[in-house]
Design a protein around this ligand. Sequence first.
Ligand code: COA
Length: 320
Amino acid sequence: MSFRIIGTGSCVPAKSVSNDEIAQFVDTSDEWISQRTGIRSRYIAIEETTAGMSADAARKAMDEAKVSPEEIDLLIVATVSADRFYPSAACEVQAAIGAVNAMAFDVNAGCTGFLYIMQIADGFFRAGTAKKALLIGAETLSKMTDWNDRTTCVLFGDGAGAAVLEADDSRRICFSAGADGSRGLALECKNRPVNNPFVKNEYELDHTHMDGQAVFKFAVKTVPAAIEDALEKAGVTVDDIDLFLLHQANIRIIESVAKRLNAPIEKFPIIMQDYGNISAASVPVLIDDQMRKGMLKKDMKVVMAGFGAGLTWSAAVLDI
Ligand code: COA
């Protein structure tokens, strides 16, 4: 038993911010950002929230899937930027869309989040404990960004992507996933410290910090290895794959992965120029984009891969 994707949707904030606009408040340029990253603009939340964008993307995905909210029995949101510590974004979405029969929870696995929740849903399908799952990757990273730090503020954006999955034993999916917490501080945002009547800590709310080169090296080494492992598990080769849907962090990372796999770069769709790095939302927004453009079609065999905070990674080989 595995699953197939029967509907997708996405939602981004109304405000798009260009590289030139960012260059008005930090020492950077459109040339530096676009050449080093491939990013030209990103959407930034003004009124929008993680749960609000999630619910909007979810409604579009359910409409396309022709599935009612009551039919959803599993609802998972991958996010590092839920609007509240609790309740979870998933429970907020459940209430907003009326998915009254769904078990609902969040997963924090950085930019790998959507791949991780696909694997979790696959486990539910295989166990026979879910028939229709609503998976969402959603972020408002802009609220955790230090807008004075040019090494990070040029990279990240906000948005949400959703997919409705249905149990289907005619499809195959193989994963290769992992984590290395010992390298986790390469990309972090601290929470509040302990603070109570017995311990007093002075603190300010933290922002995203990143050792960009360490994350870059991690990605270009780990992602091709995970993809090769997933291909081997699936018993297929790079040539059998129609599309490689990779987390959109940096175009140079994607080019390096394509080169290492000896796969044509044309098979790696790129959307980071318009979205920036939207972490857990990146892969589902890319899937939705490719569905809408007619590039992702039934019976294709694709690779999906994510990497990011944790450090975490995952690659999947699946039939559409
Ligand atoms: N504008 C202009 N200059 C900038 C800049 C910016 N926005 N950000 C950094 N620089 C400068 C640095 O200060 C440095 O200057 P120096 O040489 O005078 O010290 C120079 O550019 C080169 O910096 P470096 O960090 O070596 O650049 P890079 O080629 O490694 O690119 C990243 C930086 C962040 C784009 C790149 O490392 C990267 O993409 N890493 C992976 C990040 C990622 O994917 N994170 C999310 C994972 S999910």
